[in-house]
Design a protein around this ligand. Structure first.
Ligand code: 2PG
Ligand code: MG
Length: 447
């Protein structure tokens, strides 16, 4: 096409005239800059190249990063990975070659992006999220995305205007759940519970929530050092409840509440629960029945300001999670129980098994499907917690996702370490950008 033909086809002389008129109306001090920005906006976006590479996540395990080149700039995104992979989540494609990164390489997923996905997406408008996701889903004919790998599909950073995709929602800043003590599979101590989190529900803005959470986190370090010595590894068993003391010392009693991720699947043996599973001397001697566990949770919620418990029972123990949810003591979150899987969520809604979804986007696969899953949960009046994975990257997409979908809650780890903080800092930026329009969920965290 000649330049003249291009100008005619895109009606550029008319667009230029519009830009000049807009500059006059705006009384801009810099008309050339104004007109060039105006013209840039009027050019349709198009994907020109998709380039993937293997990087490492926060645990030093390979994952996928993608550079999406468009005529308007280059955008980068990467995919997290977690421990609690289950058979119902989207498949994370790993090479399996034991000689390379102990079998965890993602060269195949990278190749799928650079060859098949790239070929399908180049030339498309990057703002057409559902068409792009459909193009990728069509490429992978398997139900769980095993052919291309969900790690290959999700990494393509196509669209930030998630609120528009969702439909009519006014964006809201979620309440952060800061992990302040790790146990279970995530830590080398003898605490069975995987995560103890603090929720600054009494803050008025996200920036205040971050300050409250971080101050409490630092007070907690002092409490632990005083009570259990200097080593984090000593924070087992009773040490898990030091956060309450830290909240008090920081001066935030009643403004910060507590949430647990028990991840009970990890210590369920048959129908019983071994809370000492990480302590070699005691393991196997003191089992609790599911009924005992219900009682334990009841006591904990009575003694501490616990407002949410994730995976209180084994992922197949539907009977007891239902029974516990029906007590209405606190929010009951399904993570391993649901694996962000549409069919498991459907069952949990029908059976009143839990009342909140832990959303791990790499267990779903595409942004379009993530939105569908959130709609499904919200229609059932569930809470939604967007979650990081233990293997994280510096990508902060889940922060934008949480605001765009107004999920109400986000769990992205402790207020320390770059890959965790990046999500919280992105929320700060979003709040700043929204200015007067910014709304922090606060006491309405269940949404
Ligand atoms: C969880 C997550 C995140 P993982 O259990 O909620 O903390 O862990 O990424 O190991 O599945
Ligand atoms: Mg969990």
């Amino acid at each position: 096409m000649s330049v003249q033909e291009y100008l005619d086809k895109h009606m550029l002389s008319r667009k230029l005239e519009d830009a000049v008129n807009a500059a006059v109306r705006a009384k801009t001090p810099d008309p050339v800059l104004f007109i060039s920005n105006h013209m840039k906006k009027s050019v349709q976006s198009v994907i020109t190249k998709v380039k993937a590479r293997q990087i490492l996540d926060s645990r030093g395990i390979p994952t996928v990063e993608v550079d999406l080149h468009t005529n308007k700039g280059v955008f980068r995104a990467s995919v997290p990975s977690g421990d609690s992979s289950g058979m119902y989540e989207a498949v994370e494609l790993r090479d399996g070659d034991k000689g390379v990164y102990l079998g965890n390489g993602v060269a195949k997923a990278v190749k799928n992006i650079n060859d098949k996905i790239s070929e399908a997406l180049v030339g498309m408008d990057p703002t057409l999220q559902s068409q792009i996701d459909q193009a990728m889903i069509d490429l992978d004919k398997t139900e769980k995305k095993g052919e291309l790998g969900a790690n290959a599909i999700l990494a393509v950073p196509l669209y930030r205007h998630i609120a528009d995709l969702y439909g009519k929602v006014s964006p809201m800043l979620p309440v952060p759940a800061f992990t302040v003590i790790s146990g279970g599979k995530h830590a080398g101590n003898n605490l069975a519970i995987q995560e103890i989190m603090i929720l600054p529900t009494g803050a008025n803005r996200f920036v205040e929530a971050l300050q409250m959470g971080t101050e409490t986190y630092h007070h907690l370090k002092a409490v632990i050092t005083e009570k259990y010595g200097t080593h984090d590894c000593n924070v087992g068993e009773s040490g898990g409840f030091a956060p309450n003391e830290a909240i008090r010392r920081a001066g935030y009693t009643d403004k910060i509440q507590i949430a647990l991720d028990v991840a009970a699947t990890n210590f369920c043996i048959g129908t019983r629960y071994d809370l000492d599973f990480k302590s070699p001397q005691k393991s196997g001697q003191n089992f609790l029945s599911a009924e005992d566990m219900v009682e334990l949770y009841r006591e904990l919620c009575n003694d501490f300001p616990i407002v949410s418990i994730e995976d209180p029972f084994d992922k197949e123990d539907w009977e007891h999670i239902k029974r516990f949810s029906s007590t209405g003591i606190c929010q009951v979150v399904g993570d391993d129980l649901l694996m962000s899987n549409v069919k498991r969520i459907e069952r949990a809604i029908l059976e009143y098994a839990c009342n909140a979804l832990l959303l791990k986007i790499n267990q779903v696969g595409t942004v379009t499907e993530v939105i569908e899953v959130v709609k499904q949960a919200k229609e059932a009046h569930w809470g939604v917690v967007t979650s990081h994975r233990c293997g994280e990257t510096i990508d902060s997409f889940i922060a934008d996702l949480s605001v765009g979908l107004s999920v109400g809650q986000i769990k992205a780890g402790a207020p320390c370490r770059g890959e965790r903080l990046e999500k919280y800092i992105q929320l700060l930026r979003i709040e700043e950008e929204l200015g007067d329009q910014a709304v922090y969920c606060g006491v309405d965290w269940k949404q």
